[in-house]
Design a protein around this ligand. Sequence first.
Ligand SMILES: C[S@@+](CC[C@H](N)C(=O)[O-])C[C@H]1O[C@@H](n2cnc3c(N)ncnc32)[C@H](O)[C@@H]1O
Length: 218
Amino acid sequence: MGERRIEHPVFAALYDRVMPDRFLVGPHREYLAADVSGRVLDLGAGTGAMIPYAADAGDADLEYHAVEPDPNMRRRAAGTADRSDMQVHLRDARAESLPYADDAFDVVLSSLVFCTIADPDAALEEVARVLQPGGELRFLEHIRDNGWRARAQDRLNPLWERAAAGCQLNRETVERFVGYDAFDVLEIERTGVGLFPATPVVRGRLRQQRDLSLSIGR
Ligand SMILES: C[S@@+](CC[C@H](N)C(=O)[O-])C[C@H]1O[C@@H](n2cnc3c(N)ncnc32)[C@H](O)[C@@H]1O
């Protein structure tokens, strides 16, 4: 059976209008893009919101790649790339099955994507595979909260995922990242941005730390 298509035209059309990007998320996008160099992969690029930040912060040897499976988003990302002065190699692909060789990237950027990826464990394995040892996964993600907020997120989630193109309110993404032994944690911090129920929003950096050839049989 084929994979279900990822196509959310209304979500894609509204995305840039509802994201309070410049004032709230902007500083965190700057954090993700800070001093990026080498081969960089933007996972689930959406409308290309990370592109201007990488174009500003990246050095001369930056080679920017992006994957985005939704054609409505991808078209917008291509437009964002055209308006930037940076070449962007944009492909139709999913995080669970990345069309790149092992050790292909120095940095993978994931901003607000692990909430939506259908199989986040498979995606994390793919990120570890395409990152070279010493490479970084830099992320900005909203996660499941604690206490009554978490319970409210669990209840709201069926409705939310329909309205927000498959986004899950209650993913335990930090636990997933920290528990994955291909990565060392460099930094994880809670930000003050976001509106409930898509809070808290965390950001951080993980370093690919091992030779994956040793992991056969994981
Ligand atoms: C909330 S948007 C975030 C877009 C962008 N990264 C940003 O920071 O604004 C989530 C994006 O992930 C994409 N997406 C959904 N499933 C995916 C998958 N399996 N692999 C990669 N991207 C996926 C969606 O199409 C959407 O563009």
